[in-house]
Design a binder for this molecule. Sequence first.
Ligand SMILES: [Zn+2]
Length: 336
Amino acid sequence: MLEVAPGVKWQRMPLPLSLNHINLWAIEDGAGWTLVDTGMKTSQTAATWETILAGPLGGRPITRVICTHMHPDHVGMAGWLTRRFDCPFWMTRLEYVTCRMLVADTGREAPADGLRFYRAAGWSPADLERYKARFGDFGNMVYALPDSFHRVSDRQEITIGPHRWQAVIGRGHSPEHLSLYCPDLRVLISGDQILPKITSNVSVFPTEPDADPLTDWLTSLSAIRAAVPDDVCVLPAHNEPFYGLHARIGQLIDGHERSLGRLLEALTEPKRVTDLFSLLFRRPISEGTLQMATGEALAHLNCLIQRRQVTAQPGPDGITTYIATDHLPGVVRSQP
Ligand SMILES: [Zn+2]
């Protein structure tokens, strides 16, 4: 573990994914430690925790577990740690209830709504079969969640050891993502909200097909740029700590606006969601990334629909196509 600020330690925890690690943080909190994020539920994570607890954390107790959001790499071991140390669990309310909801899908059959949603996006019968087989996987990556939580709200101040940390809420990657800003230490624990190298997935899911998470995402990035000064050391959940918060937020916003522009240019004729991947992603989409790519493409389309620049056209075959509103048949285009 590396000390990245006074009393703040950084642990890089392995992940069994193509994204092969997550950064976790331990903050000195009186006689023990407050943890921020916990790793995915695997035997390797549990073994690594044993080593950390006995070694770098000096056998001192965990006094509190805070999770930035509900994704399994962040929340996976929260129940294991809070039960072991009989300590409280802190999270925003929407993250907690959404996580409980997703965990409850484990053991259920894939719903008709989900199959309809992905069929509409242009998935093949083989893709839909894989969706059925994998439905409910989420719960397998999360240790039984703590049965209660302390709610964290936007701008709330949390005292950890000698310092105050301010809750900074973001939306779009997950419903109510928590970042933690410490003005004394000039540190921002950014979770998945601001990452230095990769862009966070912003997706539409079958439970809310009309959701517009990309507008939420862009709005909250601007709000964070206004709320947190540029000179903080950013501690992200993936890759390395960095300086340059405002420039990175600018890059993230500009990248999405460019993607929106490319989609709009391509939609001079009707296209399915799956026809649009090459405009949005540099890498080819495989079985393993199809669901994320579909969700992310839909997030861009729903944002353009919200801006009244694109229209969705459900087809009689159950497949939805999208077209730029200016190119709808019968629409009189404005003069150049
Ligand atoms: Zn995440």
